[in-house]
Design a protein around this ligand. Structure first.
Ligand SMILES: [Fe+2]
Length: 249
C-alpha cells in the first residue's frame, strides 16, 4: 500500500493485490507483483480506531497508487483515486503494449456503511495518476480533482495535467506539447480565494528536446489557456519529483 485516505470520521486502507516477495526476487522473479487471485478490498476504520475496528469491503480487483480525496456523505464513505485494472508498478509492469490496463483512470468507490453495499464507477476516460485536490478541502467533499495525465504511448510518462469536475462530470486537460513531460501538479490557492478552484496549479516540466526544466503555473479555472507564468529552472528536475504547497501557517 503506497497511500491511504482520510475522511472526517474514517481512515481508509486499500488492500489491493500488489505483493512484495523477496524470495521471489532472489529466484529471479519480480520483487513487486500483481496477483489478482488475492482480490481487492478497502478497510474502513474509525479515525484513531484500532485493527479491531476495521470493516472490510470487497471491491473490483485493480490497484491504486495515489488517492485523491475521501469524505463522509450520510451513511456513505466516498473515495476518489486513480485506479488501474492491473498495475503500473508491479509484475510484468510497464511496456507499451499493456498501457490500457496499467495506466489508471479516475475512479470512485461509494461504501454504504449501513447496508454494506459498495458502488464503483470510472469517472473519467483520461488516464492519470498523481491525483490532488485543494488541500484546504481535504477530508470534505471536493468538486475538483487535479491529476497528471498519462502519455498513452510511452510508459510511465505524463504529458499534461487534467481537472475533473464532479458536478458536471467533465474533464479538461492541458498538454505540455511535443517532447515535454511532467508529473504531479500541486494546487496553490490564490490569496483570499473565493471558490474551491480559485488558485493555481504548479508543476514541473522537462523539455526533452531543449534539455530544459521549467516550472509551470496554470490558472486552475482555465487550464486549457496554458501557463500564466513559466519559470525556467537552471537544473534538471527529475521526473517523479513532487512537493506540496504550504500557505501561511
Ligand atoms: Fe507517491
Amino acid at each position: 500500500m503506497h497511500d491511504f485516505a482520510v475522511t472526517e470520521k474514517y481512515s481508509l486502507f486499500l488492500d489491493f493485490p500488489i505483493t512484495l516477495d523477496i524470495e521471489r526476487a532472489i529466484a529471479g522473479g519480480p520483487a513487486l507483483d500483481f496477483e489478482p487471485e488475492h482480490g481487492a478490498r478497502i478497510g474502513v476504520m474509525p479515525r484513531f480506531g484500532s485493527d479491531q475496528d476495521v470493516r472490510w469491503f470487497d471491491v473490483a480487483t485493480g490497484s491504486v497508487v495515489h488517492t485523491a480525496n475521501a469524505w463522509d456523505d450520510g451513511d456513505d464513505v466516498v473515495l476518489q483515486a486513480s485506479r488501474s485494472k492491473t498495475s503500473d508498478i508491479a509484475g510484468a509492469g510497464l511496456n507499451a503494449e499493456n498501457l490500457e490496463d496499467t495506466q489508471g483512470q479516475l475512479y470512485e468507490w461509494r461504501i454504504n456503511l449501513a447496508t454494506g453495499v459498495v458502488t464503483e464507477r470510472t469517472l473519467s476516460d483520461v488516464r492519470c495518476d498523481f491525483t490532488r485536490v485543494n488541500d484546504a478541502h481535504a477530508c470534505h467533499p471536493t468538486r475538483y480533482v487535479y491529476a497528471a495525465a498519462f502519455n498513452t504511448d510511452r510508459p510511465f510518462s505524463f504529458d499534461g495535467v487534467m481537472k475533473f469536475d464532479n458536478e458536471t462530470q467533465t474533464t479538461t486537460t492541458f498538454h505540455y506539447g511535443a517532447n515535454r513531460f511532467g508529473g504531479e501538479a500541486v494546487f496553490a490557492p490564490k490569496v483570499g480565494a473565493k471558490t474551491e478552484d480559485d488558485g493555481y496549479l504548479v508543476c514541473f516540466v522537462q523539455d526533452e528536446a531543449a534539455q530544459q526544466s521549467e516550472c509551470l503555473i496554470l490558472d486552475a479555472q482555465d487550464l486549457a489557456a496554458g501557463p500564466v507564468a513559466t519559470v525556467m529552472v537552471p537544473y534538471r528536475v527529475p521526473y517523479g519529483f513532487h512537493a506540496t504547497w504550504v500557505g501561511d501557517l
